[in-house]
Design a protein around this ligand. Structure first.
Ligand SMILES: [Zn+2]
Length: 433
């Protein structure tokens, strides 16, 4: 059974009371409420006799000894766990973990991986930080707005734990780069928010023969699973293909930051357990390999379900060399808010839903909600160009794609959506605040 830090401390404290002088023992509750430093050190010495023989910090000659001593203290609360120990800590130090997506799921996962002393952490993300990310992407500060997330996260992690090496991969994972990137790591965490990317990461992990800690969140709900196509089910055993209908992301549907906080932390835990058990499913460390953790934060209901392997799975029944990675549709052409003046002849299409439209919209726009578009493209006034827009530029990409498939040419998406226009004081917008 897992123990929390506080329980472990209390157990150590009660076990060691007879070795501690009476005043310190009596003062324990007070110490535990303040720093507890002197008392904890005496307990630590009791259970770690080697520490007694170590010379004081001031006369340590070697920088490496100094580093090792500091590291020992840094991880003391986890190395006392029988499931970790010194050997487990060394395995963590040698581990290479890649986190794809440094957003709501990735940032808590990265924090806990770095805190646990995972020696080599890769961060793959091509995005830059926006103000609206900060309520859930806890690794960043307000001063990071506009910076590359991969760069800012790398800097923050090394500052947080100088023991580790962190590497920024400022790229979007694609069919062309995923396998080579994944092979540079022992395990991959999918912390992305696009469904098509999740399927690509699943397939690329199977091809690269790397385990995958999958997670997905929306609103109050989260799910986490561990897939290893070499010996268990993969994402496509659960869902053979992404749905045909567009799916919402957190930017579209909203999310409470604590929900990805839980799921991202669980991803870090699963990766740590994987490293500690060297991928084995032991009685002591039974991970989520082939199992799916589901959580509904509205009523805090959680359950774990076993995932069977699909004998006709389009991915994991194949030899890795035969796996062909999916290629995303060509990107929708974007129009930046400050370019709108150059598109004066274009028809603006507001693809948000009725409530959002009624609360305010761009002048001259036609209401064309995505939910209607998904049932069939409407007859639009004939124009040379169309610009679809939504709240943040996600639904409008789907709308532009659907209209393109329905035969409309030159359908663009407004980058950043109406929120980006609202930030531009020069635009004639009637929008909600
Ligand atoms: Zn499969």
């Amino acid at each position: 059974m897992a123990r929390s830090c506080s329980r472990a401390d209390k157990r150590s404290a009660s076990a060691g009371v007879d070795s501690v002088d009476a005043p310190a023992a009596q003062a324990y509750p007070l110490y535990s409420l303040s720093s507890g430093h002197a008392f904890e050190q005496s307990i630590y010495r009791k259970f770690h006799p080697l520490q007694e023989r170590r010379p004081p910090l001031a006369i340590v000659a070697s920088k490496r000894d100094n580093f090792l001593m500091n590291s020992k203290e840094r991880y003391a609360r986890q190395t006392i766990l029988p499931e970790v120990g010194e050997a487990g800590q060394e395995r963590l130090a040698r581990a290479r973990v890649l986190v794809v997506g440094a957003g709501a799921l990735g940032t808590p996962a990265l924090y806990y991986l770095a805190a646990a002393g995972v020696g080599s952490i890769g961060i793959a993300d091509d995005d830059v930080l926006e103000l609206s990310n900060l309520h859930r992407q806890i690794l960043y500060r307000s001063g990071d707005i506009g910076r590359s997330k991969a760069d800012a996260a790398t800097e923050r992690l090394v500052e947080f734990n100088p023991d580790i090496h962190a590497e920024a991969h400022r790229l979007r994972v694609t069919a062309d780069n995923a396998v080579a990137l994944f092979r540079g790591y022992d395990i991959v965490l999918d912390a992305t928010d696009r469904l098509a990317t999740k399927f690509l990461i699943n397939d690329a992990c199977a091809k690269a023969e790397r385990p995958l800690v999958h997670a997905a969140i929306l609103g109050f709900e989260a799910r986490v699973a561990v897939f290893d196509a070499r010996r268990g089910p993969c994402l496509r055993c659960l869902f053979p293909a992404p749905p045909d209908t567009p799916t919402l992301t957190c930017a579209e549907a909203g999310v409470i930051g604590a929900v990805p906080g839980m799921a991202g932390s669980l991803q870090a835990l699963e990766a740590i357990k994987w490293v500690l058990a060297a991928g084995a499913r032991t009685a002591a460390l039974q991970g989520l390999l082939g199992r799916l953790w589901l959580m509904d934060g509205r009523r805090l209901e959680t359950r774990v379900v076993e995932l069977p392997r699909d004998p006709v799975c389009p991915i994991c029944r194949h030899d890795p060399v035969d796996i062909a990675l999916p290629r995303e549709a060509p990107p929708v052409r974007q129009v930046a808010p400050d370019e709108l003046d150059h598109y004066g002849d274009a028809l603006l299409l507001d693809v948000r839903e009725e409530e959002e439209w009624n609360a305010g919209h761009l002048e001259g726009a036609v209401h064309c909600p995505l939910s209607h578009l998904m049932e069939g493209a409407p007859q639009l006034p004939e124009r040379e160009r169309y610009i679809a827009y939504c709240a943040h530029g996600i639904r409008s990409e789907t709308a532009a794609r659907l209209l393109g498939e329905a035969g409309y040419r030159n359908v663009f998406s407004l980058a950043g959506g109406i929120a980006a226009v609202r930030g531009d004081a020069g635009k004639p917008a009637r929008t909600p605040e």
